[in-house]
Ligand binder design. Structure first.
Ligand code: UDX
Length: 425
């Protein structure tokens, strides 16, 4: 059992902290937010993540997990300190490292000699060197151990990763971090820190590119009378392409892809490479939000001014409560700016009050009450089982834009709906 500290208790920090604890280590998680820490100390998760509540209770009862707002106390006995801090998008698109800088400077002089500091946050290539400078210690090593966790399944992904990447120049420090994952069955990849940092950006940017590509093919399918489902079915059987991450939709969003793609463009630019491909991916994704909004406008007869739009879903994907960079919010905000009134239903979304122009409704049917069109913007499973007949009775005009392709088009058309999906007629 190794004594560990995890600084930052967001979805990465909590999944990492609880995951490491479940792997048999003694973990102290720290966060500056006292409210979050008090919820955690009561045995609950402040965020919706599958398995996290159970994991927290289990580890708290075993006395191997602790939560505190006192960062210095958390690290005082730790052999390894994980930094799981936000790296939001700065004003110029590059990653803002101010949280990492502040914590590194704060903890530097308090670390035990020989401590390994692990960067889990997504940071620009070369950040391990910068963090070491901020720590101001020559007897402490910095290692990069990027995460590939998906929100909603973060704890499962932590315990069953596709690979564990550990990057650093100090072999002993790398061994130490690798040893923490002894109970995990996954390939271990050792490399230098710059490669580990680059790999993280490459992974997210590649996935974003794959999605934008399939969204573009879906748009073309609509224009030429092809069906994206048939196309994707055939594409996915080629193992060089793979059958995952090919669902067309309203564009990608969330806490990682938008900021990481933009940050990689900046990293490339800063090193003299114009990443035109990735710039194009970002722009095409922004246009995808616009395309979905315009489908709604078209079904409303060319204008949504004074019309009411019902939205099913607000979160950036299903199985999360997160609204960060949600395509649904971008699309609804466009419609709102065109004069539409927005009624939305989402069973999990947290923080909707920051968008006062969204009228939050109690159910999927309630959102449709008197609306001129329905837009399905998040793929929550419950939406596919709502009866189109019931929706027909609620809407003032039978029009639906299925931005996630979760409805059965013929069922809805049979009832009399004008239906628009993504990549199919
Ligand atoms: C992503 C990466 O998957 C993860 O490895 C990384 O650590 C963080 O970023 P996450 O942001 O949780 O995880 O979401 P993910 O499930 O990857 O989806 C990202 C976006 O792509 C969402 O907006 C989602 O709706 C969209 N998406 C995903 C599609 O439109 N179609 C798909 O087939 C898959």
């Amino acid at each position: 059992m190794t004594k560990l500290a995890v600084i930052g208790s967001g979805y990465v920090g909590l999944s990492t902290g609880v995951g490491l604890c479940l792997l048999g280590h003694a973990v102290t998680c720290a966060d500056i937010d006292p409210q979050k820490i008090s919820i955690l100390n009561s045995g609950e998760s402040p965020i919706a993540e599958d398995g996290l509540n159970e994991g927290i209770s289990q580890c708290l009862s075993a006395n191997t997990l602790a939560f505190t707002t006192d960062v210095i106390n958390a690290i005082s006995e730790a052999e390894v300190v994980f930094l799981c801090l936000p790296t939001p998008q700065g004003d110029d698109g590059s990653a803002d490292l101010s949280h990492i800088e502040a914590v590194s400077r704060q903890i530097g002089s308090h670390l035990q000699a020989g401590t390994v500091v692990v960067n889990k946050s997504t940071v620009p290539v070369g950040s391990s060197v910068v963090v070491a400078e901020w720590l101001g210690r020559t007897d402490v090593s910095v290692v990069s151990n990027p995460e590939f966790l998906r929100q909603g399944t973060a704890l499962h992904d932590f315990l069953h990763p596709t690979r564990i990447v550990v990057g650093g120049d100090n072999e002993e420090a790398v061994d130490k971090v690798v040893s923490l994952y002894a109970a995990v069955d996954a390939p271990i990849l050792r490399m230098n820190a710059a490669s580990a940092e680059a790999l993280k950006y490459a992974a997210n940017s590649f996935l974003a590119t794959k999605l934008t590509f399939i969204n573009a093919i879906a748009d073309i399918c609509e224009l030429v009378g092809a069906d994206i489902f048939d196309v994707v079915g055939g594409l996915g059987l080629d193992p060089r392409i793979g059958d995952q991450f090919l669902n067309p939709g309203p564009g990608w969003g969330g806490s990682c892809f938008p900021k990481d793609t933009r940050a990689l463009v900046k990293i490339a630019e800063g090193n003299g490479y114009d990443f035109a491909l990735l710039r194009g991916v970002i722009q095409t994704n922004d246009e995808q939000y616009e395309r979905i909004a315009l489908k709604v406008v078209e079904l409303c007869g060319g204008s949504v001014n004074g019309k009411t739009i019902a939205s099913w879903g607000l979160t950036f994907k299903a199985n999360t409560d997160d609204l960060r960079d949600s395509p649904a919010i971008a699309i609804l905000s466009t419609l709102h700016s065109m004069g539409a009134r927005i009624r939305a239903y989402d069973s999990a979304a947290r923080g909707v009050e920051q968008y006062p122009w969204i009228e939050r409704c109690e159910s999927a049917l309630d959102a449709c009450d008197g609306a001129d069109a329905l837009a399905v913007l998040t793929e929550w499973p419950e939406f596919s089982s709502v009866s189109p007949q019931e929706v027909f009775k609620k809407l003032s005009h039978p029009a639906v834009v299925d931005g996630r392709n979760v409805l059965n088009p013929s069922n809805w058309k049979d009832v009399g709906f004008e239906y628009r999906g993504v990549g199919r007629a």
